[in-house]
Design a binder for this molecule. Structure first.
Ligand code: SAH
Length: 219
């Protein structure tokens, strides 16, 4: 049993983190509010509590990382989230990003391919009372049973945008994803103009762990 405590010190550190994000160019008030509210230190292993509010990524087990707060804020801002929108996240990881989206009023569906991370998020997130729906599987396939989605967020480096995800997006909807085969990816925002017309814009360079295309891993 992990003992969770959100102290004044943690709250103060979150305020500072939000100030840092504003300085780095994040302006969406709803994104900033969600980051100020959610105790990011709950999502890190206890050894890293000291660092939870630095603007850095951190290991979360199974060779994966919780994205840097700036990256979470940047992707969420690009998604342009409205309340009640249906959002599909690929790469649940710690579940922090999913909770940010849920805090903003989105109806969140999130897929993770590493069983241990899926299970950890599945038992932990309900304790925070976020109604996020979690799935174990390969994000390349999306979630056809729950499509279409208003927004789709990929939080791992995608060599390309999977066709299934484009199909599961509503017309007028948006996909945000770091795209690239090497160490560094370009942040891409894709708006679905019609069944087969997508408008792409690019938003700088980022570094993510890879989106792996294979069967989901059972450990
Ligand atoms: N959004 C997460 C950080 C994600 S790190 C957070 O807030 O903590 C990227 C995650 O994508 C990892 O957990 C990795 O296991 C997962 N992943 C990689 N390939 C995947 C795939 N094909 N389907 C689903 N998840 C995948």
């Amino acid at each position: 049993m992990v003992y969770l405590e959100d102290t004044y010190r943690h709250k103060g550190l979150r305020k500072k983190l939000v100030e840092t994000l504003v300085k780095k160019g994040i302006w969406d008030e709803n994104v900033l509010k969600a980051i100020e509210k959610i105790p990011r230190h709950y999502f890190l292993d206890s050894g890293f509590l000291e660092f939870a509010y630095e603007d850095k990524p951190f290991p979360i087990g199974a060779g994966q990382t919780i994205s840097q707060p700036y990256t979470v804020a940047f992707q969420t801002q690009l998604l342009d989230i409205r309340k009640t929108e249906k959002v599909l996240e690929i790469g649940t990881g710690s579940g922090y990003q999913a909770c940010v989206l849920s805090e903003m009023g989105a109806r969140v569906f999130s897929i993770e391919r590493q069983k241990s991370l899926y299970q950890k998020a599945k038992s932990f997130i309900p304790t925070l009372r976020y109604p996020v729906k979690l799935f174990f599987g390969d994000g390349y396939n999306g979630l056809p049973a729950f499509a279409p989605f208003d927004k789709i967020l990929i939080t791992a480096a995608a060599p390309f945008i999977p066709e299934a995800l484009k199909e599961q997006l509503k017309t007028g909807g948006r996909i945000v994803a770091p795209v690239g085969k090497g160490d560094i990816q370009v942040m891409v925002s894709l708006v679905k103009k019609s069944e087969d017309i997508f408008e792409t814009t690019e938003h700088g360079h980022f570094r993510f762990v890879p989106l792996l295309e294979d069967k989901a891993e059972d450990h």
